[in-house]
Design a protein around this ligand. Structure first.
Ligand code: GLU
Length: 436
């Protein structure tokens, strides 16, 4: 037996598309609320639209929910419950609250009701003065139920204590309430979560970046960072705290503390949060994330030395916004066909062929090519040549990576190894010979 403060809530996705960030956040709030109250979290697949529902979407939705760190206690498929909805429609017909016409069943709204109101846990009291005037199809000609009807029956039969869903469903709420009443069911409580807006205002759309969870995963965002960021969009753990895991959030989450106003999605903030989560990983955890992430991505050259690749990835660990940054930032460690970025041209204007040649020779003669020795030799050579260290650092970085910025130069050199470093220095000398 569940005690009355143990919530029963549900997330009710329609498998007509991938799980999008708004849906994921609704799912998170439901899950947190259920886990906080030690109640029950139900997944209800609203696959009544047989033409638009796809197995591929369903698989991805379930996969994304698990990936984000959530689980469910029960799962139902509305497509397996069509008989039930038809039975209830028949009951309404028998009671004179619905009628059949053209092979469909229509619900008669109770026009005696002048208004309907709810005490929304997030938005407070909402009074619906404009009640539906039209009669509404509840069972279509093909025998499938329409959303408001199947939703209402399932929320009642599954004994929801609270319906947490997106604000875009507020307009459906009075219709559903009239159906609950006609069916003699008690009406659950509601909590409508505000929409997620783009930074430019307006609803999130492809135009402003990825909208589905799988795209973020593909792009190398960590599940914990996405979950944390989505939570923070409309809820705050208090103080100025921003980094919070689901396990921690479930102890303190309160649905009443969810903001009423629409939240703006900030890619910069998400990137910052993701980089924090990457930094927090141990080297081993990070490497296995990278390994998993790179599967099927065809990034590494064939027969690459695994130990070398690991050292390269670790060089970048604390500098990534997302794992896919490696494709651009670490490419020079695996391929030597890179060109010098446009913004390095200024650095390359000064021809330091002679000096770099001396450096390459010193490196070739160095007993130990580790970063301490490399750094010592580098600084000494610069001084001997009458250069400031940084005057040599900039062109050498460009030589080795084609880029203006990157991880610590000396550690990078140790990882790349003497042979590669010397070859790349010569390549820059050749470039100067040909271009400057
Ligand atoms: N299947 C609906 C949707 O995906 C669920 C709405 C609800 O939670 O009532 O928007």
């Amino acid at each position: 037996m569940k005690s009355s403060d143990q919530a029963i809530v549900r997330f009710a996705p329609s498998p007509t598309g991938y799980l999008h960030i708004g849906g994921a956040r609704t799912c998170l709030f439901n899950w947190l609320y259920a886990r906080h109250t030690k109640g029950k979290f139900i997944l209800r697949i609203e696959d009544t639209d047989l033409a638009r529902s796809k197995q591929e979407y369903l698989d991805e939705i379930l996969e994304s929910i698990k990936w984000l760190g959530m689980d469910w206690d029960e799962i139902y498929y509305q497509s397996k419950r069509f008989d039930l909805y038809r039975d209830y429609a028949q009951k309404l017909v028998d009671a004179g609250r619905a009628y059949r016409k053209d092979d469909a069943v229509f619900f008669k709204y109770d026009f005696a009701n002048t208004n309907v109101e709810i005490d929304d846990l997030i938005r407070g009291k909402i009074v619906f003065n404009e009640l539906p005037k039209e009669e509404e199809v509840i069972i279509k000609k093909d025998g499938t139920p329409t959303y408001n009807f199947s939703c209402c029956i399932d929320d009642a039969l599954m004994e929801m204590s609270l319906v947490i869903r997106g604000e875009d469903h507020i307009s459906n709420t009075p219709k559903q309430i009239l159906m609950y009443k006609a069916l003699g069911f008690s009406v659950p409580q509601f909590a409508h979560v505000p929409l997620i807006m783009s930074e430019e205002g307006g609803r999130m759309s492809k135009r402003y970046g990825a909208t589905s969870i799988r795209e973020y995963k593909e792009d190398g965002y960590l599940a914990e960072a996405i979950a944390n960021y989505l939570l923070l969009l409309s809820w705050s753990p208090g103080g100025n705290r921003e980094i919070i895991t689901l396990a921690e959030a479930k102890d303190i989450f309160e649905i009443k503390k969810v903001n009423k106003t629409a939240a703006a999605f900030s890619m910069d903030k998400l990137n910052w949060m993701n980089s924090e989560y990457i930094k927090k990983k141990s080297p081993e955890e990070y490497l296995s994330l990278v390994e998993e992430y790179l599967k099927g991505k065809n990034f590494l050259p064939d027969n690459i030395d695994k130990e070398y690749a690991k050292k390269v990835f670790l060089l970048f660990k604390d500098r990534l916004s997302k794992l896919s940054d490696l494709f651009v930032r670490a490419r020079f460690c695996f391929y030597d066909d890179y060109t010098y970025d446009e913004d390095t041209k200024e650095i390359l204007q000064r021809n330091l062929s002679k000096e770099i040649k001396v450096l390459a020779e010193k490196f070739s003669a160095l007993a130990n090519f580790n970063h301490e020795e490399v750094e010592k030799e580098f600084r000494k050579t610069a001084t001997d040549l009458g250069l400031k260290t940084k005057e040599l650092v900039h062109p050498v970085r460009v030589a080795l990576s084609g880029k203006k910025v990157g991880p610590s130069l000396f550690e990078t050199m140790e990882v790349l190894g003497r042979e590669r470093v010397v070859a790349m220095l010569k390549r820059l000398i050749d470039y100067w010979g040909a271009n400057v």
